[in-house]
Design a protein around this ligand. Sequence first.
Ligand code: PEP
Ligand code: MN
Length: 368
Amino acid sequence: MKMDIKLPIPRPQNRPIIITGPCSAETEEQVMKTAQMIVDQNLEIDMFRAGIWKPRTRPGSFEGIGFEGLKWLKKVKDTFGFKITTEVANTQHVFDALKIGIDAVWIGARTTVNPFSVQEVADALKGVDIPVFIKNPINPDLELWKGAVERIYNAGITRIGLIHRGFSKFGNTIYRNVPEWQIPIELKRTFPDMMIIVDSSHICGNRELLLEVSQTALDLNYDGVMLESHCDPSNAWSDAKQQVTPFQLKEQIIDRLQMRHSGVGDQVFHHNIEDLRQRIDAIDKELIQMMGNRMKVSQKIGEYKKQNNIAVLQPDRWNEIIDKAMQMAGPLDLSEEFISKVLKAIHQESINHQERIMQGDRKNEQVN
Ligand code: PEP
Ligand code: MN
């Protein structure tokens, strides 16, 4: 589908887009104080955010202040001139947010996963020319994210942006939601000019990693950051661990971020980059060729296993492969996490090949 998507908000010239404000609107005082602190820092921001309805994973925690909080957001807009934005998840949210004069809305990660909900929001927005940001779904499903963009676009909204907030994980990682950078990168191939913002707060889940994750996003050509800020982060009613004061936001993150340029006219630079890219292309070719070779060997093993009626999966052998690879990883400056992911993917492909050999035989037996 050919889409004519426009920028939801203007791209500033020499700095990233900044959307900030508390995770949740808690009290009028907290919302106003946070906005005042942003002004006191001389921090130029593009939008002030606050959650009014909070979709919490488990019940029992603060689920948002509701309509009352929208009036505080409006007060921020009237007092400080900030554009305001909040999350909407159903028809009532959309109508309420529009009623108080919201400047943009975003669709949260727990809503993007559900096509019924996205469609409900899209229908409620029909005929309203308002910018809509769409967060990635909590599960790493590119099609769901694309589908949400299409549903909103089909409702007649043309100013659409993406917000990358990371994906749910199982097991331990340093992130609250793993970034899986390859997913937004892939989405950008479908929608090359669409604005994309990183929500480092929900990726990190803590304050320590905010700068690093935000910088990675800018290095990948993202347009800006959404970062939660709060006048008193440690006592926030939601997401206390990841919020920062407007002072910390400026001093520890925004002022340290470096903007990179996507296209540079400089000839020497261009030549060097081209040279390196050709080397990368050659290595990628070789890697794929080698994997093809590996699969051929693996297929031979599969045939041998079949003749001798041996199970496809041999756990001892697999552990041995992983152990050997881990020993090699360190000196090559490759993380164990990365090597283990790559090997698991290769191993899975090998198993698929070998299974096909085993099953193919069974199918033939049935036919005969
Ligand atoms: C939020 O922005 O406060 C929020 C709930 O985000 P997400 O939908 O990414 O979890
Ligand atoms: Mn939050």
